[in-house]
Write a protein that binds this ligand. Sequence first.
Ligand code: NDP
Ligand code: OXD
Length: 315
Amino acid sequence: MNGDRVQLYFAGIQDRTDSWRQVFAEIAPDIAVVDRAPSDAERATIQYALAWKPAAGILASLPALRAIFGLGAGVDGILTDPTLPTNVPLVRMVEPGLTRGMIEYAVWQVLYHHRRFWETAAAQRQHRWLDQYYPAPWDRCVGVMGLGEIGRAIAGQLQAFKFKLRGWSRSPKELPGVECYARPDALPAFLAGCDILLCLLPLTPETRGLLNADLFAHLPMGAAIINAGRGAQLNEADFLAAMRNGRIGSATLDVFQTEPLPTDHPFWRQERLFVTPHVASITDARAAARIIAEQIREDQAGRPLQHVVHRRRGY
Ligand code: NDP
Ligand code: OXD
């Protein structure tokens, strides 16, 4: 405790520390932020942590920890710590601003590939007037991998454009206007119709390397891929080969195995590949601080936390 205030330790939130400190000071003055290496006395009393890529072992060194709040929707950067306490709930970020950003990004990129604007941009660089043909959206199928908070919201918005929509998830779903598939055995059937594939999966042992040559082979020739899930889901060598042989016609990648993407990485030079620097969406610190402060108050009052990660599933 810091006076009678509960303490929230910032664990590996990197360059966002200043803005998050300010937001908590403004929105939740009842919470004391610890944004540097904690003293021994603080270690003994810190009850909550806000984490993105914490140093391995740091969270295990806090014996009074009651909950870890992930700064983002994906908690893979926290779960990589082998010493992460298993008895402390890990809460992932569900925040309307984060979802809205993902909707904007996904709609922009689905339309970019649907209308082949990558071709228009290439023609502009050559000062070339390009007559383009494109099919009606109802003749184009968009497949959404991951029908969680974000995937569902995006599928809902894409309906306005009248695309044919498919979705794939771990457990079966029923969503209006979306042909839903579940589990690995349904993956080939799901992929077979997807002209534009959008990956919004969390990184888990099951999804690591999932976007590989076997999966690409089930897609229609020339399909577009958009990966805004996690970089480690994509087998980079298989992806480059699939772009070369035309199985993948065009792509957008927001997430990479190594971030920042190394300056000499072949992705930078790939025609028909649009690279964005893990900016599909960002957590709105102000809204998130309100959500975290509310969750802390609920926990202090003995009520359950929301959006707790299922450790065995990994998301
Ligand atoms: P959720 O936990 O709400 O949803 C995850 C979805 O993935 C669920 O539908 C789940 O299925 C499905 N899923 C998980 N594992 C599998 C599997 N093995 N096979 C099939 N489906 C699976 O997460 P969010 O929607 O909030 O976020 C998804 C991910 O998006 C994040 O983990 C993060 O990696 C990424 N993200 C990226 C951002 C960026 O800026 N690039 C920003 C925000 C998020 P089920 O419904 O059956 O549980
Ligand atoms: C997230 C992200 O997981 O920004 O929220 O990648």
